[in-house]
Design a binder for this molecule. Structure first.
Ligand code: COA
Length: 416
């Protein structure tokens, strides 16, 4: 089966998570992704949080599948020469070095554009170009704080809280992938490459869009009726942390199920959709609430929403999270069990859909990873193992026209 991005050659000058997540996605869809790594060490995640001595860490293998690895010291003149050759025949270069690193290496946007005017140069940085923090190096949690996620996540009586989801890293990588694909389509029309830049702060903020909505509502009316602070608590002039409240017009909360005393994940998320009030009352065995003026409308329910959640928890007390969802789904109530990583890893539906995949690896044996979350009718992205450090160095150099002797010489000067 021909994959849509077959024939697109990508220089993957990325490390850690944000950049690698982007290029991995493009590799799944058929791009020829060549990861350029420093000889001897490579991407720092190869060594981070290792669970098997001498084998690439899962942090690396789970973000670099379907790629080739070329070791190249791009600070040495011999390494720069190889990189220039590669640039001349590639479609995209992706990087997420600290601010200015690519320029210091001698590969500014102007230089890259001169070497290959058709090439798309895609970058992740912590902050956007020209931002007053644009000199900062940034990791995931820094981005979550800078992008509005931390100040709006957690409980009102606790500190700003970081989400476990990689809002700063993988999310930024996904934004960058959209930018690259857009620039490739643009190039089909203009014949020209361009620079695509995504900042981690902007990408986090993009996902916090509804919180900016809430800031403006708060400034206009002084309260936010879907937050637990309403109507009994106080609002300041900034969007508060709302705990587990629903972010839209549908109140919801994480509710205890059977076994919560010993199992920290024996919970479901329960949503009270306005038009589903009648089925909710029926499911709970509370038909008298259907027409009771104290419960009938969303406005009437809100002042005592936690009393309602308490009643639902009492109903849940003798049901496991799975039993509860099996009953509630029949009443069309939006809900789900709080699933652990262990449960997700073993979920037969996720295995069948290719969202959780087991990948054989030369050194590790097999490992689990998250496959493509995007499904196509004409293509099933196949996940293959991440490359060993420098596994494809000879292959890539040969394809660039280097002879065995040239490759030997490059090795002698430690450029590869
Ligand atoms: N050959 C020779 N040198 C290489 C090389 C290679 N193949 N690959 C990288 N390098 C050099 C770079 O030129 C740079 O050198 P310089 O600082 O002397 O100019 C250095 O290695 C890498 O620097 P940097 O990217 O700043 O690494 P770091 O470990 O200090 O910082 C980050 C890591 C993630 C904080 C930083 O890269 C960053 O802020 N990136 C942008 C935002 C981002 O993507 N963050 C998180 C990602 S999950």
């Amino acid at each position: 089966m021909t994959k849509p991005l077959e024939g697109i050659k990508i220089i993957d000058f990325t490390h850690v998570q944000a950049g690698p997540a982007c290029t991995q996605l493009l590799a799944w869809f058929g791009a020829d992704v060549i990861k350029v790594e420093r000889p001897g060490s490579g991407d720092v995640t190869r060594n981070q949080l290792r669970d098997i001595p001498d084998a690439d860490a899962l942090y690396f293998t789970m973000l670099n599948s379907n790629k080739k690895s070329l070791t190249l010291d791009t600070k040495k003149p011999e390494g720069k020469e190889v990189l220039e050759k590669l640039i001349r025949e590639s479609d995209v270069l992706v990087e997420n070095f600290g601010p200015g690193a690519l320029d210091r290496m001698g590969f500014s946007w102007e230089r890259l554009n001169e070497l290959n005017p058709k090439m798309i140069v895609a970058s992740v940085k912590g902050f956007s170009d020209g931002h007053h923090y644009d000199d900062l190096k940034v990791y995931e949690n820094v981005a979550q704080c800078a992008g509005g996620a931390a100040s709006t996540t957690g409980f009102w009586d606790g500190p700003p809280t970081i989400s476990a989801a990689a809002l700063g890293d993988s999310n930024t990588g996904m934004h960058l992938a959209i930018g690259i694909l857009t620039a490739l389509l643009g190039r089909d029309k203009t014949g020209k490459g361009q620079k695509v830049a995504v900042s981690m702060q902007d990408s986090v903020l993009n996902l916090c869009r509804v919180k900016l909505r809430d800031q403006q509502r708060l400034e206009r009316v002084g309260y936010l009726e879907e937050y637990p602070q309403y109507p009994h608590g106080e609002f300041s002039d900034v969007v508060p942390r709302g705990g587990n409240a629903g972010g839209g017009g549908q109140p919801g909360w994480v509710l205890k199920c059977k076994g919560w005393e010993t199992d920290p994940n024996a919970y479901i998320y329960f949503t009270i959709q306005g038009h589903a009030w009648e089925p909710i009352c029926k499911a709970l065995g509370k038909p008298e609430w259907i027409d009771d003026p104290a419960y009938k409308t969303a406005e009437a329910r809100q002042p005592h929403i936690f009393e309602i959640f308490g009643t639902i928890e009492a109903w849940l007390a003798d049901k496991t999270k799975f039993e509860a969802v099996d009953i509630l789904r029949k009443f069309d109530i939006p809900c789900a069990p709080v699933l652990t990583m262990k449960e997700l890893a073993n979920d037969p539906s996720l295995r069948a859909s290719g969202t959780i995949v087991e990948v054989p690896h030369k050194k590790r044996g097999s490992y689990l990873t998250v496959g493509s979350p995007i499904k196509f009718s004409d293509m099933k992205p196949e996940v293959t193992a991440s490359p060993l450090l420098g596994e494809h160095t000879d292959e890539v150099l040969t394809s660039l026209g280097y002879s065995k002797q040239d490759i030997f010489n490059l090795r002698e000067v430690k450029a590869i």
